[in-house]
Design a protein around this ligand. Structure first.
Ligand SMILES: Nc1ncnc2c1ncn2[C@@H]1O[C@H](COP(=O)(O)OP(=O)(O)OP(=O)(O)O)[C@@H](O)[C@H]1O
Ligand SMILES: [Mg+2]
Length: 235
């Protein structure tokens, strides 16, 4: 198992959001978390990557207990997080932003190889490598954020709502890029509001409601589940 989250409690200050969340991901799997606004999806990702310290429970990655480690330590272990906010450096170029994602790699030659890999994934970024990140379009910025997440050569990529706010064609582009990553063996945990599409492309899923995992299972079974259909698909 690549990632094992066990009985995770987490929140902000005294406010507990996650209640005993357990989930696991095998190497090479494409897994999603689906849930309403405020359910705790982003909180789950932030706890895994170490941006917030768990109140209880454990996070084991690649056989190592990483519970309570800092985000930069966890990144070094091989997890990368593409957040909703993306946090791009708007006054830096596309290429400079990408190199920021490779800070855990010391060898300049390996960094350059990663850059070439990301440029091959997203030719648009190569064409615009000198452009300021702040002037890229919404979809291009998403590609840049995902590309930057790939620069550290992660074993596990956490992606929080990559399609949010994008027009349908760009949504399709984002899902295509994730498919490419999956086919190259990258393990992905995806949080998405686009439930139909997400359940169509992922292997397995977890339904998070009010900080708790309700349902879990194969994505195609979740897509047929009456509760999922009623709450998330409106049918
Ligand atoms: N920094 C914070 N301080 C206090 N409460 C927070 C903080 N961040 C998130 N919350 C609260 O935690 C709960 C879960 O938030 P979270 O961002 O994990 O939800 P989500 O499932 O990602 O929702 P969305 O689909 O809207 O992104 C929400 O009620 C939110 O208001
Ligand atoms: Mg969120």
């Amino acid at each position: 198992m690549l990632l094992e989250v066990k009985n995770l409690d987490a929140g902000y200050g005294y406010l507990q959001i996650l209640r005993s969340v357990s989930l696991n991901i095998d190497k090479g799997e494409y897994v999603c978390i689906i849930g309403p606004n405020g359910a705790g999806k982003s909180t789950t990702m932030k706890s895994i990557i170490g941006l917030i310290a768990p109140m209880g429970g454990t996070v084991v990655f690649n056989g190592e207990d990483i519970t309570g480690m800092s985000a930069s330590q966890i990144t070094t272990k091989g997890i990368s997080f593409v957040s909703e906010e993306m946090n791009l450096f708007v006054n830096m170029s596309v290429q400079e932003n990408l190199y920021m994602g490779a800070y855990t790699i010391k060898d300049k030659k390996i960094q350059k190889n990663r850059l070439d890999f990301v440029f091959s994934l997203f030719p648009r970024l190569a064409e615009r490598k000198a452009q300021l990140a702040g002037t890229m379009s919404g979809g291009e910025r998403k590609m840049l954020a995902i590309g930057r997440g790939m620069m550290s050569d992660p074993k596990l990529l956490l992606v929080d709502e990559p399609s949010f706010g994008l027009a349908p064609q760009l949504v399709a582009n984002v899902f295509e890029s994730l498919d490419v990553l999956k086919s190259q063996g990258v393990t992905i945990l995806l949080v998405e509001q686009n439930v139909t599409k997400t359940l169509a492309v992922t292997d397995r899923g977890y339904i998070l409601e009010n900080g708790k995992i309700g349902l879990k299972g194969k994505s195609r079974d979740l897509a047929d589940n009456p509760h999922v259909r009623k709450v998330f698909l409106g049918v």
